[in-house]
Design a binder for this molecule. Structure first.
Ligand SMILES: *Cc1c(COP(=O)(O)O)cnc(C)c1O
Length: 389
């Protein structure tokens, strides 16, 4: 079975409706939060599960000047789909498609000497200069070049290659560890370190077009981190980076994805009836059960068994017992909605439905993971594709 996206009214088992008007409005809101900076829409991991190409197009239409991905393959796919403008990718491994990236006019990130050597060799073969952004580890302790001798060596070598015409150092950048915890002492320490590493590179002759460190939480809460460009991912999709810093509405954002499924069966059962694998739920009395035909293969987290919320016929119901690979059950308390009624797992929340954040809390994770893991078996159905507002 190969489900494909069709009109939003088609009777699909399950669908993830993607509201591109909400996405465009979110991008405009983010531009207003960072008026002095360009906005990069981060569309890695298939736009956090929302679909990379349609979301990238909508983000560009709403004024995102840059697109960002983790892997070069993701960035090349955007270019092949015809997306114009600046596209940056940052997660490289040895032997990566450097030459293809140069020929596709991508901005590539370099965190160490091995990568600089590979990009220089590829630029020679391609016969044209690469756009290189040097990444500093200002304290995240993940990718990026360490300050001190390592940074000096990398900057000097990159500027030498720039003088030789092999590349252009288009950016200097870094990434926060704890931007979703405003006031965390690492934030100020990383900003100080970033300024020092920028100054060191600029003193040596670097003339980057863009300097950037802010992700969504920093864009929303820390104006001094905006520099020339902000890299926003989760906020583009209308989700707050952390419920502690505010709700989407607090920041003028609106969730883009609504996940729903068509109730496949409603039936009456007696009290004392075990439900789903392991019988972790037993009906407390005579009741009705509804079968919701999505499961962990679709990205509905099994950790939310017995806890995930679902809106069915105007009422919140809770997953009864275990979430299985393809389906789960809700106790409808005697109600008998028609089969085919749409059960809404999450959406913007203003129609009374739960949100991805509610599912994150039910599963002990973050909303980023909830939307990103929605599987390929769930068709994405795009609404408001036309640029009306
Ligand atoms: C994913 C990612 C982002 C976007 O982070 P959000 O918290 O989703 O805004 C920005 N920069 C880098 C390097 C990333 O990997």
């Amino acid at each position: 079975m190969n489900e494909t996206a069709t009109a939003p009214t088609a009777p699909l088992r399950a669908r993830a409706e993607i509201d591109l008007a909400a996405l465009r409005a979110n991008v405009r809101t983010l531009r207003a939060h960072a008026p002095g900076a360009a906005v990069m829409a981060v569309v890695k991991s298939d736009a956090y599960g929302h679909g990379a190409v349609p979301c990238a197009r909508a983000a560009v239409a709403a004024g995102a000047g840059w697109l960002g991905t983790a892997t070069p393959e993701e960035a090349l796919a955007l270019r092949e789909a015809g997306l114009p403008g600046r596209i940056m990718c940052w997660l490289w491994t040895p032997g990566g498609p450097w030459r293809e990236a140069i020929e596709a006019d991508l901005d590539v990130s370099v965190s160490g000497m091995w990568a600089l050597r590979e990009v220089m060799a590829a630029a020679r073969r391609a016969g044209r200069p690469a756009r290189v952004q040097l990444k500093a580890d200002t304290g995240l302790g993940r990718n990026g070049c360490q300050p001190g001798e390592d940074w000096t060596e990398l900057v000097e070598a990159a500027l030498g290659a720039e003088a030789d015409g092999l590349l252009r150092v288009t950016g200097l950048w870094s990434h926060f560890a704890c931007a979703d915890e405003p006031g965390h002492p690492s934030i100020a320490a990383q900003l100080t370190r970033f300024r020092e590493m920028l100054a060191d590179a600029e003193v040596r002759g670097a003339r980057p077009e863009v300097r950037h460190i802010a992700n969504s939480p920093a864009t929303l809460t820390l104006p001094e981190s905006h520099f020339d460009l902000v890299r926003t991912g989760i906020a583009v999709y209308g989700i707050s980076p952390s419920p502690e810093i505010g709700s989407p509405a607090d920041f003028g954002l609106r969730p883009v994805m609504t996940l729903s499924a068509s109730v496949a069966l409603v039936k009456q059962v007696p009290g004392g009836h075990g439900v789903s694998y392991g019988h972790h739920y037993v009906t407390p009395g005579e009741t009705t059960l509804g079968l919701v035909p999505v499961g962990y293969a679709d990205g509905v987290p099994r950790h939310a068994s017995g806890a995930g919320p679902v809106l069915v016929d105007g009422k919140w119901r809770t997953v009864a017992g275990r979430i299985a690979m393809d389906q789960f059950v809700v106790d409808l308390g005697g109600d008998r909605p028609a089969t085919g009624t749409r059960a809404v797992l999450f959406g913007p929340g203003d129609g009374g439905e739960p949100t991805a954040e509610d599912w994150a809390q039910a599963a002990g994770t973050i909303a980023y993971e909830i939307v990103t893991r929605i599987g390929t078996r769930v068709p994405r159905v795009y609404v408001n594709e036309e640029q009306a507002g």
